[in-house]
Ligand binder design. Sequence first.
Ligand code: ADP
Ligand code: MG
Length: 312
Amino acid sequence: MIPETWVIQPNRLKKTSEQWVGRGGFGAVWRAVYYEDPRSAPVHVALKELPASATNAGVVHPDICQEIIMWRRLQHPNIVPMLGIDRHIFPLSIASAWMDNGTITQFLENYPNEDRLRLLREVCEGLRFLHMETFAHGDLKSPNILVDSMRHARLCDFGMTTVIHSLNSANASTESHGEKGTTRYLAPELLDPEQYGLQHAHVSLPADIYALGIVIWEVFAGRVPYGRWRGPQVIQQVLAGYRLTRPERARALGLSDDLWGVVVACWHPNWDMRPTAVQVLGAITEEAASTLVSPNLDPRILVSMAEIFRDS
Ligand SMILES: Nc1ncnc2c1ncn2[C@@H]1O[C@H](COP(=O)(O)OP(=O)(O)O)[C@@H](O)[C@H]1O
Ligand SMILES: [Mg+2]
């Protein structure tokens, strides 16, 4: 059961967009304003409309309740804050804080000189936090990495794949695996579980790491992964062992030999061989420290620089 206190009162939430602002695997996202109390200033929120099948005779599907409860519980500087749910504008929608700088891809298009290692470190911090709770994101991809007004990366829409499966909506699953969706981020064992001795495709921490590798590639390459291929070809090639090639021009942006080695390891066909979020975070942090600090500095200063990067 979703706690009553999380249900936003009707007078506290106003939809401000006539049209949805984005549409993904299921439902649409709308802009709205939220008043925490009647006298407070409005805050901008994103309203994620869940399909009608998310509720049955007004009762929210138990799996969806669980995911909503989880999102609300997971509070971290690199996770999009969830403010509550609405039961009035739509049968069921989730209100999350509006992220002014859009997706990480849009942000980097607008600010190409932004420090990519810093953003990726924040992505890893968010993922590490989820994984510490042994909670798999399940739908890690650049459209689910948003950038707030302070230019920090934040993850959203975790657990939502479970929602899609629970709803078992043919429409949702075809779209989410279609051109706009997640295909390009799916680990081989999710693309063809049988080939990997699995009965079902299910979300997992190592599958998140595979997706993280794709995100890192995308942030450095500034292109759609396997952009020249359509979805079915991506599936076929990845299952045959093909992987993305190194974007050579990204060396100057921080994609060193060491870091590239870690990215490649994220795509290992054997999920046990993939690094953990902590290991990827470590590699990125090290890279950030070494690119910004002159090599003849005292090593003790290097250590404290690494600390500063961690906390900034
Ligand atoms: N909290 C938010 N702040 C700003 N934009 C958002 C927010 N949540 C979602 N969006 C936008 O809405 C779009 C659609 O989201 P969604 O329905 O989850 O589909 P997808 O993640 O597949 O793109 C996102 O790509 C993003 O641009
Ligand atoms: Mg999304």
